[in-house]
Design a protein around this ligand. Structure first.
Ligand code: NAD
Length: 440
């Protein structure tokens, strides 16, 4: 099928490349001309495993093209996915300006039937508003003559991929959610996803939008739940790793998302939880549970900083080495990374910060002024008074701690992800502090 994707960021680009991979002809659109220029040269503006090779292959095969023109994309394709950002407003609501702009631009350029699909994460009832925006902005000749008006459908198809394994997730989804109001829209979306052979949940648009918000909120709740458990573990001498293991074998609970740490970050959970709280409030329901989830998440960062202050004593003039700044491993995404708040606090107390991340340094530089970025682990930890692990990249598993010990000024490790082996490090003579490992 001929499909266009408006918004070529983490979601749009992966969607475009993967839909090309399963046999469709794709036009990826972005209003950032620099991004489109780079994509046409075969350069990808983000780090995402597997993406670059596939992008180059389908670009060469002319199954994938790039443009800044929504007009071109609308007129040359039958199905248009909207995958632009939906950031938070100051009051927590989702800012849907980009979605509205795109809907309007699609409308004015319509030349035949189109299926417009929301891929972006949006609050319930956005589909209805997109529908209305398109109807109000159709070319005048279609508006004035009701008999000759142009037919179109709006659908919701939320995305559940995770950055860092986005291509794999897109190609192997647990389920595909399709929110539609017409059989034609359902048939088109079923046809698009047929090669993936995944379970398909068909519902109306409002429920599809709600499924995405409810899913992200539930996952954030699981993270905050285990972080709250970790807080108690520290106070009563239990080990959260064992607690999570013991809970996780229970099929009703599951082991996933029971990793205690410095809290969730990234471009989705914080903003989607905020937006869902806001949406619930507007609808007349006080979602106290989600407010607690958000508070626990914020508390987790503060309590990590307090732990460092307690064990390091004076922060002023101390040099702190940081491994990992991206919000999670296998991505260069710095949006809402917990590292930002933690580093800013330590800087405000007078610490010198050295940091290393395998992929996120370029994106981290503007978010973390004053940080000295290093080329590898050893230059980062050299002459440091303590080491902080903030992102659990695989390559940190291979670090030779015997050598690390020789170059650090004080051998203290704060493991914000419970990633290193406490016993091994303690046997080497490090002071080790994890999250919820008991007896602080
Ligand atoms: P992003 O910021 O990486 O990408 C959005 C892109 O849209 C940018 O490249 C921007 O230039 C472009 N854009 C904005 N306005 C435009 C316009 N008028 N015309 C053309 N292009 C325009 O965002 P993202 O992380 O890909 O997220 C997109 C949506 O998907 C959000 O709603 C997000 O919540 C949702 N989502 C994200 C993830 C994730 O892991 N990142 C997962 C699932 C869902």
């Amino acid at each position: 099928m001929n499909i266009s994707i408006v918004g070529s960021g983490y979601v749009g680009l992966v969607t475009g490349v993967c839909l090309a991979h399963i046999g469709h002809r794709i036009i990826c659109v972005d209003n950032d001309p620099e991004k489109i220029k780079r994509l046409k040269r075969g350069e990808i503006p983000i780090f995402e495993p597997e993406l670059e090779g596939l992008l180059k292959r389908y670009f060469k095969l002319k199954k994938l093209s790039f443009t800044v023109s929504i007009k071109e994309a609308t007129q040359k394709t039958d199905v248009i996915f909207i995958a632009v950002g939906t950031p938070s407003k100051k009051n927590g609501d989702a800012d849907l300006t980009f979605v509205e702009n795109v809907a309007r631009e699609i409308a004015v350029n319509m030349n035949s039937y189109k299926l417009v699909v929301e891929k972006s994460t949006v609050p319930t009832a956005t589909g209805m508003r997109v529908q209305r925006t398109i109807a109000l902005n159709l070319p005048k000749k279609f508006q004035s003559n009701k008999k000759k008006t142009i037919a179109f459908d709006v659908a919701s198809n939320p995305e559940f991929l995770r950055e860092g394994s986005a291509v794999h997730d897109f190609m192997n989804p647990d389920r595909i959610v399709i929110g539609v109001e017409s059989k034609k829209a359902e048939d088109l979306l079923r046809e698009i996803y047929k090669p993936l052979k995944a379970p398909i949940v068909v519902t109306n648009i409002n429920s599809a939008e709600m499924i995405k918000h409810a899913s992200n909120s539930f996952l954030a709740t699981k993270i905050s739940f285990i972080n709250a458990i970790a807080q108690v573990c520290d106070r009563v001498g239990a080990d959260v790793l064992k607690v999570a293991e013991g809970m996780g074998f229970d099929k009703r609970i599951g082991r996933n998302f029971l990793d205690a740490g410095i809290g969730y970050g990234g471009s989705c959970f914080p903003k989607d939880v905020d937006a869902f709280i806001s949406l619930s409030e507007r609808s007349g329901y006080d979602f106290a549970l989600l407010k607690a989830v958000r508070n626990i998440n914020e508390h987790q960062k503060r309590s990590f900083v307090r732990l460092i202050e307690d064990k390091l004593w004076i922060i002023k003039n101390k040099t702190i080495g940081i491994l990992g700044v991206a919000f999670k491993p296998n991505t260069d995404d710095m949006r809402n990374a917990p590292s930002i708040d933690i580093i800013q606090h330590l800087q405000s107390e007078g610490a010198t910060i050295k940091a290393y991340d395998p992929q996120a340094v370029e994106k981290a530089k503007p978010c973390l002024p004053g940080v000295q970025f290093c080329k590898d682990v050893f230059s980062t930890v050299s002459d440091c008074d303590c080491l902080l692990l903030l992102t659990q990249w695989d390559e940190f598993k291979k670090v030779d701690f015997k050598k690390v010990k020789q170059v650090m000024r004080q051998t203290i490790i704060f493991d914000g992800r419970n990633f290193f082996e406490k016993e091994k490090l303690e046997a080497l003579g490090f002071e080790y502090f994890g999250i919820g490992r008991g007896k602080l």
